[in-house]
Design a binder for this molecule. Structure first.
Ligand SMILES: C[S@@+](CC[C@H](N)C(=O)[O-])C[C@H]1O[C@@H](n2cnc3c(N)ncnc32)[C@H](O)[C@@H]1O
Length: 222
């Protein structure tokens, strides 16, 4: 589906609640600065993408600029207020999108239909990361790749981990369901991928500085 087709059939941003609208506006204002810090890592991560690519929780579309030309992009974003920003971003980049509303915990794609799935800063805020990862595995082709860049829990026993734990209830409410102390790497490791390559790094942010970036590959033979 092209951008135009998607726009005419897509949901209206006015259907989003006030909280979703405020969060989308805040993300649209704040994400570019964060993105400058991780841009080089994203360029490397996205460089080899090809074919059918699903991005879960694409938000305002900050990642669209990193995709190689020629891919077929589908986005599943549950916050309708994000759609307006993402469509504008796609338009300015002349990037064809197939943007859908939906839930990453229950993907509408067929089994084994995607060459790659992308998630950046999403697994921290879904209700069940384990369920999302099972869905990602289901929709990936054998040998397909899951690309991730996520903030994660600080190491156990550190002062930062304690602060993340204390802040979690308030943080979750204020930052759209985000859990600062989520053990996302463990969830990816136990999901059932054939092989996982990842790196840890830190960004200069309070509370959510510890990050992981990597690729998890579905077994070529299932
Ligand atoms: C912190 S934002 C990150 C947006 C974007 N990936 C980025 O890197 O800027 C998290 C996004 O995930 C979306 N999201 C959270 N849970 C979701 C779910 N279960 N299904 C689809 N989207 C979800 C949110 O609406 C939000 O747009």
């Amino acid at each position: 589906m092209t951008f135009d087709q998607c726009c005419s059939a897509g949901p209206k941003p006015g259907h989003a609640g006030w909280y979703d609208q405020v969060f989308a506006w805040l993300l649209s204002r704040g994400i570019a600065k964060y993105d400058q810090v991780v841009a080089d890592r994203k360029r490397v991560l996205f460089a080899d993408l090809h074919g059918d690519v699903l991005e879960i929780g694409p938000g305002t579309g900050i990642n669209l600029r990193y995709y190689p030309t020629g891919i077929r992009w589908i986005g599943i974003e549950r916050n309708l207020a994000m759609h307006l920003y993402l469509k504008k971003q796609a338009e300015s980049l002349h990037f064809d999108i197939d943007l859908r509303s939906g839930n990453a915990e229950q993907l509408e794609m067929q089994d084994g239909s995607m060459d790659a799935v992308v998630s950046t800063l999403v697994l921290c805020s879904v209700d069940s990361p384990a369920r999302v990862l099972q869905e990602i595995l289901r929709v990936l082709k054998p040998g397909g790749r899951f690309l991730f860049m996520e903030h994660v829990a600080a190491p156990l026993g550190t002062w930062l981990r304690q602060v993340q734990h204390w802040l979690r209830p308030v943080w979750k409410v204020v930052v759209n369901g985000c859990c600062p102390d989520r053990e996302t790497l463990s969830v990816i490791e136990s999901a059932g991928f054939g092989c996982i390559n990842f790196q840890r790094f830190r960004v200069p942010l309070p509370i959510v500085g510890p990050h992981i970036v990597g690729v998890a590959i579905k077994d070529p033979v299932v």
